[in-house]
Ligand binder design. Sequence first.
Ligand code: ADP
Ligand code: MG
Length: 246
Amino acid sequence: MKTGRIFRASSTSDALNQCAKECVKPENCNGLVRYTVPEYGEMVFASQCPIFERYKQTVQRQARVEKVLGVLAKHTFRNYDKTKNIKAYEMSRKYVERRAWEKGGWLILYGGYGTGKTHLLSAIIQEALMLGTYATFANLAKISTMGFDEAKGELSRLTEYELLGLDDFGIESSQNWLTPHIFKLFDDLNEQKRGLVMTTNMSLSGLQELLGERISDRITERAIAIELTGESMRKSLRKDNVSWAE
Ligand SMILES: Nc1ncnc2c1ncn2[C@@H]1O[C@H](COP(=O)(O)OP(=O)(O)O)[C@@H](O)[C@H]1O
Ligand SMILES: [Mg+2]
């Protein structure tokens, strides 16, 4: 709505409709529709514009995506090459479409280096955030560089979310002082029926061996595990990055 414009309307919805017809786009507006109705004379009413509310919500969610994922936010379903690892792509989309986290569903993306695991994980987390899900992303390698108390606090904080994206679970994540706390994280996520999408470069059997029978049982109950295969995409990216040297 143009600043200062006051609609003459028969009702609130009439005022909102009139305003929507000459919408100047939410980014140019303060979101308040001002109007008079005949039976109240010149008294001016104000209503929140639903178009503006939706816009504000989208902007807030986008800011949350930036905060949670940082540079990884550039990895989306749209820029994922589906011809590679189509099954992992489709299952990742399904995980979001069905809001699998609401039922405590887990998805494990495993496979070699550079096959697109973190890319798909980032895409899932950002789509979930844009749907308004209380989701977060964590990298275990990064957490293990923190001091003990901070790392412990960080790990216990991760169970607060409806959906956790856990990147790069590896042997090193479970062979240090954090191990019991990581195991507790899996237990808590399971008990509280939280959603989990995890990437690992370990094989499924290696993962099960490492996590032990109890946690492996939880995973078998809750998780779909998909292997990503193929040559590392980082090689072709490297070609582009160093093409200046040719
Ligand atoms: N199928 C794909 N489509 C588009 N980009 C991809 C694909 N697979 C990998 N990449 C890109 O290759 C790089 C490495 O992928 P990444 O997801 O970090 O691999 P991983 O986590 O499996 O080691 C990233 O820049 C990623 O965007
Ligand atoms: Mg990765």
